[in-house]
Design a protein around this ligand. Structure first.
Ligand code: NAD
Length: 453
């Protein structure tokens, strides 16, 4: 795609955003409703496209992970939007003779929001940011991932059917298009993807002082306390490696437990993986392409060759590996796995587990399994992470009011629910002068109240 065509599309969006600075509640709800209609009408085609892009991605997983979750977010936004848009009264400082003045703050749209989305949930991670951006009253320019091209093209065609080109535009294409896209002077840009590209996006955004939300990844730990229910933890970790074949930014990456828990946990994990993988042909997902399969295989093979114990669960085309106690300097201990592999490491105490987490960049999520509240609260006060989850895995995302985002290397900014509405808005304070004339204050000699107190 030519860069001038990108800038033509952008200018149409930008002009329209300038003509309609503050879309009404009804206009915003209408956009959300059209988005809902689009996803409902195109659900079958979108699931087929995701299946085509992945080679194998079951309709049920695609429908749940990409369509239902997005529809839920749309409904949540539509239901709460009136309250989110309400003005908030602010206290006026009377000591400066501002009696009678009024002050409030309100969230106003930023204008045009750019959305760069990844391949792992190519519909949900494209449209979840759009839900927040629409709720906040913005126009949207989308750049879907080239790794899932059939889905990207369908998204482009569907958006042009349900939206005007100055409401939503979609730019398909590879890295060259992406590089031109990030040069546009957006009013806000949200990127979901890997850390390396995020750095180049941040540099490009700096040229136009574009505010950024970065939704990145990293190694999300699972901390298993001495009093944890191991069988529950194993089932939930297995789910995180079966669902979308573990290609999830909030997937559990490595598990830490005490040495006595190792064998019972690994046996329970193998059994859970075996059981869940038996449905792979009818209800599973493959690794997205050969490049990613090779990347994952390299991580496992390197650890195996260096002496790590590797247990493999194979069920039809699905393969998951459990890598036990790889050396800390192996790539599998520093790179995000993003696939059907679980690293299990033994630690002698919670303090040691916390030190492992602290030695790596701040994760997107930290998962904690344990019964005691005191144990959890202790960890909560010691750990830096985007989100913290007790006795569950991934299901925090089902909560539409849960702010989503990382900290440090796992990202910046939060979206979804009210936090997404606020992220893509400008919080504008408004001041209305009162009955008392303040002009006597602005002419020298200034009154005593100007003196330091
Ligand atoms: P990807 O390869 O699909 O890239 C993401 C997007 O970046 C694509 O739209 C692509 O076109 C664009 N892109 C590529 N090169 C670019 C460039 N030079 N400039 C601008 N844009 C460019 O996805 P990926 O990076 O393989 O995604 C996997 C990563 O994403 C993992 O690290 C994962 O943890 C992270 N992720 C994070 C979240 C989250 O919400 N925090 C969600 C999903 C994935």
């Amino acid at each position: 795609m030519e860069s001038n065509s990108l800038s033509t599309q952008f200018q149409a969006l930008s002009r329209a955003a300038g003509d309609e600075v503050y879309p009404s509640l009804a206009v915003r709800r209408d956009r959300l409703t059209r988005l809902e209609a689009m996803l409902r009408d195109k659900e079958g085609l979108l699931c087929d496209a995701m299946n085509q892009d992945y080679g194998h991605r079951s309709k049920r997983q695609s429908a749940f992970a990409d369509i239902t979750t997005t529809l839920k977010s749309i409904n949540h936004a539509r239901r709460h939007l009136r309250f989110w848009m309400a003005k908030t009264p602010r206290q006026v400082d009377m000591s400066l003779r501002l009696t009678g003045a009024r002050s409030y703050s309100e969230y106003v749209p930023k204008g045009v929001v750019g959305v760069i989305s990844p391949w792992n949930f190519p519909v949900n991670l494209t449209f979840s940011p759009v839900v927040s951006a629409f709720a906040a009253g913005n126009r949207v320019f989308i750049k879907p991932s080239e790794v899932t091209p059939a889905t990207a093209e369908l998204i482009q065609a569907a958006c042009s059917e349900y939206f005007q080109p100055d409401e939503v535009a979609v730019a398909c294409g590879g890295v060259e298009v992406a590089k031109q896209f990030v040069e546009l002077p957006f009013d806000h840009l949200i990127y979901t993807g890997g850390e390396v590209i995020a750095k180049s996006i941040m540099a490009a955004a700096a040229n136009n002082l574009v505010p950024l939300t970065l939704e990145l990844g990293g190694k999300s730990p699972v901390m298993i306390a001495d009093d944890a229910d191991l069988s529950q933890a194993a089932k939930k970790v297995a789910f995180g490696k079966i669902f979308n074949a573990g290609q999830i930014c909030i997937a559990p990456d490595y598990v830490m437990l005490n040495p006595a828990q190792l064998e019972p946990f690994v046996s329970a994990l193998e059994a859970a993986l075996q059981h869940m993988a038996s449905a792979h042909d009818s209800d599973g997902v493959d690794v997205v392409n050969d490049r990613h399969r090779q990347r994952i295989d390299f991580l496992v093979d390197e650890a195996r060759q260096a002496g790590a114990d590797v247990r493999t669960v194979q069920c039809g085309a699905y393969r998951a590996d459990i890598v036990i106690n790889p050396d800390a300097d192996m790539a599998i201990c520093s790179q995000e796995i993003f696939g059907p592999v679980v690293v299990v490491r033994t630690c002698n105490s919670v303090t040691e587990q916390l030190a492992e987490v602290a030695a790596r960049p701040h994760p997107l999520v930290a998962y904690y399994f344990g019964r005691s509240s005191a144990g959890f609260e202790h960890v909560a006060r010691q750990i830096r992470c985007g989100a913290l989850v007790k006795n569950d895995i991934i299901f925090q995302y089902a909560n539409d009011d849960f702010p989503f985002g990382g900290v440090g290397a796992s990202g910046m900014g939060k979206y979804r629910g009210i936090d997404g509405f606020q992220e893509f808005s400008n919080l504008r304070p408004v001041f209305k002068s009162g009955a008392i004339d303040t002009s006597s204050l602005v002419t020298p000699p200034y009154p005593r109240l100007f003196e330091a107190v």
